[in-house]
Design a protein around this ligand. Sequence first.
Ligand code: DQA
Length: 142
Amino acid sequence: MKILVINGPNLNMLGQREKEFYGEMTLEQINGEVKKVASELGFDVEFFQSNSEGAIIDTIQGSQNFSGIVINPGAYAHTSVAIHDALKVVKIPVIEVHMSNVFAREPFRHTIITGRAASAFIAGMGYKSYIAALYALKLLLT
Ligand code: DQA
């Protein structure tokens, strides 16, 4: 089984940005941890990051050959009806993740649009939100 991990805008800056929320690890280091746990769970994994809404939508639309998606839409979670609509079309489980607990932060982060189209939602566990999402996919797919 192959899963797709999508990261949205500014997540390529992990390790440098707002470390109090996102920690010290770079996206590359997080992806390394994800890859390890994914292989323990029997998943192949592919990673995609973009700062562009359209590129994320194109990737979601092209995800037919995957068994599941883990997506951190970044700030698009709060604004993007278009990513929401793209996720609505896919027939595979989608786990939306956020490293920070968005509900404990500024009010503009309390509105989640994309998550309404996800199978499950995990927030507030730092990089372990991605790891928890792998276990969630394992539970949903077996
Ligand atoms: C985030 C939360 C978003 O509100 C923010 O815009 C991000 C990161 C998270 O992982 O906690 O870019 O998605």
